[in-house]
Design a protein. Structure first.
Length: 187
């Protein structure tokens, strides 16, 4: 039996990112505009090429746009690290362990849009952003077709141009992208 992702139970956060002690269904959180936590995993090669996820059409905010390789909501009671490991396995078919990850930053992000589930979708999130450096081949990644339309491999230079030009193909999470450029420049 398929359960809608909107039926997932999430912790409600305050505007500083602290748990309030309340939980809600994911659909209710987005309907009501409550703050909650998500994870973003960037898979980056040792040559600083980046795997970008193309979001599924007609399903989530940012339809068909590009963003982090793997993303997911932190379920109630779960840690961001547990979630990023779970999402990587569910979305990409890769089983990682914690010490393969680098924590990059927490990004506070807000946006409004619509989905096929909710006419007005308020996205108030704290993104915990992680990086996994690997020489994995694009063809070794088995992406979840319900959540994404595919993966694109772009060079560091191409990604830099996309960020600097505020490319409309990217989900507009500019603080995260700029932190990623800083990370790439230092590695």
């Amino acid at each position: 039996m398929y359960n809608s992702p909107m039926s997932e139970i999430l912790d409600v956060l305050d505007v500083q990112g602290n748990k309030t002690g309340n939980t809600k269904l994911r659909g209710e959180i987005h309907r009501d505009g409550d703050w909650h936590r998500t994870v973003h995993l960037w898979v980056i090669t040792t040559h600083n090429d980046l795997f970008l996820q193309k979001r599924a059409d007609g399903f989530w905010l940012g339809n068909g746009m590009l963003e982090a390789t793997s993303v997911g909501h932190v379920s109630a009671g779960q840690t961001p690290e547990d979630t990023v490991l779970r999402e990587c396995f569910e979305e990409l078919g890769i089983e990682l362990v914690s010490d393969q990850l680098e924590y990059l930053l927490e990004d506070k992000f807000g946006a409004v849009g619509s989905t096929k589930f909710i006419p007005v979708y308020v996205n108030n999130e704290f993104h915990d952003v992680y990086v996994w450096k690997s020489d994995i081949n694009l063809y070794d990644l088995k992406f979840d077709t319900q959540e994404m339309n595919g993966l694109e491999l772009v060079t560091e230079s191409e990604f830099t141009d996309m960020v600097m030009d505020r490319d409309g193909r990217l989900v507009p999470q500019w603080k995260e992208y700029e932190a990623l450029l800083w990370y790439l420049g230092g590695k």
